[in-house]
Design a protein around this ligand. Structure first.
Ligand code: FAD
Ligand code: SF4
Length: 506
């Protein structure tokens, strides 16, 4: 007899496990108090995961498989995944030999917890092995995403012409993909699923599982099974992909999703396979290149074939040490408004407020609004990591941590990014229309109305000069700083200090 564990982020009905129905195989799915409590998560994130598990258990039963699905209420509950699995093994195995199998976990913590319990099999989800990235960069000091991405394009034959060269004559169309927001632009209607998750919510209440973020307004918008995930993907390809590239970096008032796909939850729970997503985008372009411009398609594919596989490789190459990195030794606790959205900085108010309301912010909000401010202000990366891991619907440590510590906070000292992603208010102003609705003035550098990003930008570079000055991508910033009049430099630093002292009131 075989007992197979399915984790909450392994809801893939196409896994080879399910090709045949076997009487001697039992599938186990658990709601685990330990998993739900190890970090405080957004309400909607918990509901999405638990509803996804419930739907998957139902799907397997309908398909004829033997399933053990333990909710938090199950009297046999032991709390942790491992203890539940051992208890179930004991229950099923009386007198029979019983093997345990589990799919390769993506989280280091879960991987450790399950060591030695049974046979680990591939999850059949990613386009690389855990160790591929480390092998690709063996002997190199830096891990350049672009070089990895090009190798992935060749290896998987994606967007290549007949001679194996990149379609369109270049590997990367990023320079075509940076338009600022045009408020007259029509944004497609959102795709939404409808689920009743009140029973799960009540169960979480009964078990006093700590959670944060806004409760659901009415229905539940995330896809919770494969057919809904495919519907969301199709909706994106039809309505979002054509303008994905152009507005990929845009910031807009009143628009939560713009032309972003929102498929990260479906991908990270394995309801969608990255290969089918990439194929859907490439096929759309090959059939109708006028509707689907190559820069949009290449930009989208790069996020999945490049960035997503790359950050996973970084995670497995660097864990567990990665979780301790704090290059700038930043220690500042997060201000209260990171948990309420009540700040006068309009860009932060929108990004944090939307994250609390919808458990979602798009990439440029995560990187160049919230992450940017966090790095300028010197937030403690451990607390910031917990914030990102908790708040976003798609947040799993393997993808959240390299993005937060690495790309966003440069806390890894440059493993992921060649230089810190920071900007003054000017970048945020250029990319969208938040500044027009802000209590602060983006053009002022010091004084009560000055945009806080402006002085903090210089404070960040000044205080971290010994760590950054020799970085060739940063040198220009110090040349500009050195050319400023000393009293202007002094005023900027003083104003930044004042803001940091009063950070809860910004
Ligand atoms: P789209 O903009 O439509 O992009 C398509 C897909 O590309 C995404 O669904 C995602 O699977 C992939 N992708 C895009 N950028 C990245 C990236 N940098 N790393 C990995 N995959 C990427 N993504 C997560 O899935 N989980 C996280 O916990 C997470 N935390 C982040 C934290 C920070 C500080 C930053 C800067 C980025 C983070 N990202 C994370 C990456 C990215 O912001 C999200 O994948 C994206 O916003 C999800 O929305 P979408 O599906 O609409 O993406
Ligand atoms: Fe953000 Fe500054 Fe613009 Fe206000 S003025 S929205 S704080 S960038």
């Amino acid at each position: 007899m075989i007992l197979r564990l399915i984790l909450g982020d392994q809801l893939n009905p196409l896994h080879s496990w399910f090709r045949e129905v076997r009487e001697d195989v039992v599938y186990a799915l658990f709601e685990s108090g330990e998993e739900l409590r190890y970090a405080p998560h957004h309400r909607q994130k918990m509901l999405a995961f638990l509803h996804g598990i419930q739907q998957f258990a139902h799907h397997l039963r309908q398909s004829g498989h033997r399933v053990e699905y333990w909710t938090l209420d199950d009297p046999r509950q032991q709390g942790s995944l491992r203890a539940n699995l051992e208890a179930l093994k004991h229950e099923l195995s009386s007198g029979t030999d019983l093997e345990i199998e589990y799919q390769e976990p993506d989280e280091y913590r879960v991987d450790q917890a399950l060591q030695g319990i049974g046979t680990c099999v591939p999850s059949e989800h990613f386009l690389t092995e855990r160790g591929t990235l480390a092998t690709h960069f063996a002997g190199k000091k830096t891990y350049l995403m672009e070089s990895f991405y090009r190798a992935m394009r060749v290896r998987h034959g994606v967007l290549l012409d007949a001679s194996g060269q990149p379609e369109g004559g270049t590997w990367n169309f990023d320079s075509d993909n940076r338009a600022s927001w045009d408020p007259k632009q029509h944004v497609p209607a959102e795709w939404r699923a409808h689920h009743d998750v009140r029973e799960i919510d009540a169960r979480l209440d009964r078990h006093e599982i700590p959670r944060w973020g806004d409760a659901l307004a009415d229905d539940f918008p995330w896809p919770c099974d494969r057919s809904e995930s495919l519907a969301l993907l199709n909706h994106f390809i039809q309505f979002g992909l054509p303008l994905f590239g152009r507005y990929q970096d845009a910031l807009a008032e009143g628009q939560d999703f713009l032309f972003h796909s929102r498929i990260s939850f479906a991908l990270n729970t394995k309801m969608l396979h990255p290969r089918e997503v990439i194929e859907a985008a490439e096929t759309a372009w090959r059939h109708d290149p006028e509707t689907y411009p190559l820069p949009a398609v290449e930009g989208f594919i790069r996020q999945i074939l490049g960035w997503r596989e790359y950050v996973r490789g970084i995670y497995w190459a660097q864990m567990p040490e990665y979780a301790e990195l704090n290059y700038f030794n930043h220690q500042r606790p997060l201000p209260d408004w990171m948990y309420t959205g009540k700040t006068q900085m309009r860009c932060m108010q929108v990004a944090v407020g939307q994250s609390l309301r919808a458990a979602y912010a798009h990439h440029i909000q995560r990187l160049m609004v919230v992450g940017n401010f966090a790095l300028l202000a010197g937030f403690d990366p451990r607390e910031l990591d917990a914030w990102y891991l908790g708040i976003y619907i798609d947040a799993l440590e393997w993808v959240e941590m390299p993005n937060t510590r690495g790309m966003s906070q440069y806390a890894d000292g440059g493993i992921v990014g060649t230089n810190p992603y920071v900007s003054s208010g000017a970048y945020i102003h250029k990319q969208g229309n938040h500044c027009a609705n802000c209590a602060y003035s983006v053009t002022e550098k010091v004084g009560a109305r000055a945009c806080p990003f402006n002085a903090l930008y210089w404070h960040f570079y000044a205080r971290n000069r010994p760590l950054l000055e020799r970085n060739p991508r940063v040198g220009m910033v110090y040349r500009t700083w050195d050319k400023m009049k000393p009293d202007h430099r002094e005023a900027l630093l003083e104003h930044a200090e004042f803001n940091l002292l009063n950070i809860n009131k910004l």
